[in-house]
Ligand binder design. Structure first.
Ligand code: NAD
Ligand code: GLY
Length: 363
């Protein structure tokens, strides 16, 4: 029925779950069936993804009753208003605690739906069916769910693990090029956290990824999910090393919030943010000019931005970064590169050097 399926596991004791990766998985009802415990489902998607894939999903779940909740498309709708709409529709449909929620879409649909699942009647089961590269390699795995607040990205949310993640790589065929590149930013991130061999592979295979070569995409998705699953299993609620997954994110979230949600794609902001983290690491002498040049070159090769928007000045950056979740007890923690391919979480960085990077980047 489907081509070869690769399965990974996020090992979290009783809350462990599989990540299935393959082409045509939206035709395989056996993958999803074990994760629908009650006799009803709610499929949450958006106005772009639903017309493309919701019918396929319905065919997999036709043995149970289902309602669809179709959200407007865009990061600007990842908010409490959308969440309230979801709660209202679920209450009106008399969804109970055995209802299983199916999140069909990119990271926005996944994050909002996951938080709805975490909070509806104090928590119901949900399945992640990511349809963007970014959601496949990052947001659908690990149980971070939530919405944005006008004052900060992802400020309202909960940890709530899915029952299962089903990655049908065929859905990437309808994704536009800019979104594909945004997903590649998160893939590159895993390499700079702790896998230089993967960076080498990415450098050699970037053209294939951009051309959507199925084997290259499948390999990159598998290897990224493998990294993510390992880190999440070791530190589910980000008491320590999970924060490494935020390489580039404190700078990137400032860009997303500062520019207005939706202007810069998340992956694009993370790309420029990774370069800023690299620049600050170079200021400390941990990596060198050549390393920064290589990082910029790889991100450029993936058609990603490597400089932050000029619209945000150093003072605005500082302010936006001060409300990041990486601020603890008033102290900002950043993910920096101790050496190339070895990222660390640090609050012990030179504040003047940070100002220098923020000023130079935004000039
Ligand atoms: P997105 O969900 O906005 O999707 C990008 C665009 O692609 C949207 O217009 C969407 O409708 C469209 N789309 C989705 N699948 C498609 C397909 N197969 N074909 C055609 N179009 C398709 O953006 P994203 O990049 O997937 O996710 C970004 C969000 O994920 C951000 O809100 C970010 O904060 C969040 N995120 C969360 C985590 C986490 O751990 N929870 C990690 C990383 C990012
Ligand atoms: N995307 C960061 C995390 O899942 O922890």
């Amino acid at each position: 029925m489907t081509n070869s399926i690769k399965t990974l596991h996020v090992n979290l004791g009783l809350r462990s779950y599989p990540i299935h990766i393959g082409t045509g998985l939206l035709k395989d009802s056996e993958l999803i069936a074990p994760h629908i415990h009650g006799n009803s489902t709610v499929t949450i998607s958006n106005t772009t993804v639903a017309p493309l894939y919701i019918e396929k999903l319905h065919q997999l779940t036709e043995q149970v009753s289902n309602i669809d909740i179709i959200l407007p498309d865009g990061e600007e709708y990842k908010n409490l208003t959308t969440l309230e709409k979801i709660y209202t529709e679920m209450l009106e449909a008399r969804c109970d605690r055995k209802t299983t929620l199916l999140a069909l879409g990119g990271g926005v649909v996944g994050d909002v739906s996951g938080f709805a699942a975490a909070s509806y009647q104090r928590g119901i089961n949900f399945v992640q069916i990511p349809t963007t590269l970014l959601a496949m390699v990052d947001s659908s795995v690990g149980g971070k769910t939530g919405v944005n607040h006008p004052l900060g990205k992802n400020m309202i949310g909960a940890f709530h693990q899915p029952q299962c993640v089903i990655i049908d790589t065929e859905t990437l065929n309808t994704l536009d090029d800019r979104q594909l590149s945004a997903g590649i930013a998160e893939i590159i991130k895993y390499g700079y956290i702790n896998d230089l061999e993967f960076i080498d592979w990415l450098d050699k295979n970037m053209e294939k990824l951009l051309a959507r070569d199925p084997e290259a995409l499948s390999y990159a998705i598998y290897r990224s999910c493998e990294h993510k699953a390992k880190i999440v299993a070791a530190d589910e609620k980000e008491a320590g090393q999970r924060a490494l997954l935020n390489l580039g994110h404190t700078f990137g979230h400032a860009i997303e919030t500062g520019m207005g949600y939706g202007k810069w794609l998340h992956g694009e902001a993370i790309s420029a943010g990774m370069v800023m983290a690299a620049e600050l690491s170079r200021e400390h002498g941990w990596i060198n000019d050549g390393d920064v040049k290589d990082i910029r070159a790889l991100l450029k090769k993936a058609n990603l931005p490597v400089d932050p928007p000029r619209e945000i000045n150093a003072e605005q950056f500082s302010k936006l970064m001060s409300i990041d979740k990486k601020v603890q007890d008033g102290v900002l923690h950043l993910v920096l590169m101790k050496s190339l391919g070895e990222s660390v979480i640090s609050s012990d960085f030179d504040k003047k050097a940070l100002q220098k990077v923020l000023a130079r980047q935004a000039s």
